[in-house]
Design a protein around this ligand. Structure first.
Ligand SMILES: Cc1ncc(C[n+]2csc(CCOP(=O)(O)OP(=O)(O)O)c2C)c(N)n1
Length: 278
């Protein structure tokens, strides 16, 4: 079991992995990948039961990246876990590469093709119900964008999940307050997101999505919740870890120059130079 300090260090390695996948001069979803990095780290390196040696293990917990455009965070975590060589990160979004701009199930560790926003919670719900039918104890975690919650299908899944008491389904909202072209409040205000999940019959939590201890404690607490699905509203910062990208709508999907990458790496590494082994 990793300590909080070890998980925080791992999150920095994941952010460096995201930078590898972004590469120089290629338009990439920087903001939403960086905002979800701590959540993804806690899932892969603390909470989920999974092994790279058997990516299709029927007992494994599942993670669906419903905000599929930000899959770079998941790619970095899967590479760090050994699902594929880290060298693959550099080839992200190149022709024929294992790692494309949105998740595909041909990539080891990816559970669903996503990217058309709004579908991941329904997919996760189906998997979670499948576990009940098969008398299996696996959990299904679904990472959603806050902008993504504008999709009506999310709320159909939310209602159905509570109706069927699907307590092995956990939605995590990466609440970075930005969507593709600006701030949620201006573009499409969703109001009280936690209140909405409450009304739909979910157990809800509101946390700082960059506080590793809070993330870990909340994920652990959810293990004991029975009879209803859980939603974590995780307050995050889009672009977290890169000063010039933080809370900056331009970096939703933008290229980085060599100089920007170097600056970002230094900021993420902080004092310590992290060893990124292959
Ligand atoms: C159905 C659908 N409509 C539009 C898009 C284009 N799109 C990609 S990312 C994005 C914004 C998503 O915002 P949010 O869910 O808040 O993600 P984050 O800010 O965390 O990156 C949009 C509209 C899409 N992928 N799917």
């Amino acid at each position: 079991m990793s300590t909080i300090k070890e998980l925080e260090k791992k999150a920095r390695i994941i952010r460096l992995g995201i930078l590898e996948a972004i590469g120089e001069g290629q338009k990439s979803h920087i903001g939403g990948s960086m905002s979800s990095a701590d959540l993804v780290t806690a899932l892969y390196f603390h909470k989920m039961r999974h092994t790279h040696e058997n990516p299709k293990d029927p007992k494994r917990d599942r993670l669906i990246f419903s905000k599929g455009h930000a899959v770079l965070a998941q790619y970095a975590a899967l590479a760090e876990c050994g699902y594929f060589p880290k060298e693959e990160l550099k080839k992200t979004k190149t022709l024929g590469s294992l790692l494309q701009g949105h998740p595909e199930i041909r990539t080891p560790g990816i559970e669903a093709n996503t990217g058309s926003l709004g579908q991941g919670l329904s997919i996760g719900l189906g998997m979670a119900l499948g576990a009940k039918l098969d008398h299996k104890s696996y959990k299904v975690y679904v990472i959603l964008g806050d902008g993504e919650l504008a999709e009506g299908q999310i709320w159909e899944a939310a209602n159905t999940a509570s109706f069927y008491k699907v307590d092995n389904l956990i939605a995590i909202v990466d609440y970075n307050k930005l969507q593709a072209v600006g701030f949620l409040k201006k573009r499409y205000d969703l109001g009280d997101i936690r209140g909405k999940f409450n009304i739909f019959g979910w157990k809800t939590f509101e946390i700082d999505g960059h506080n590793m201890e809070e993330i870990v404690n909340t994920l652990d607490e959810i293990d004991s919740i029975k009879g209803l699905p859980s939603a974590i509203i995780a307050h995050t910062i889009k672009g977290k870890g890169i000063s010039f990208a933080e809370n900056n709508p331009i970096f939703h999907n933008a290229p980085l120059s060599r100089e920007q990458i170097e600056k970002a790496k230094k900021e993420i590494q902080g004092e310590t130079i992290l060893e990124v082994k292959n």
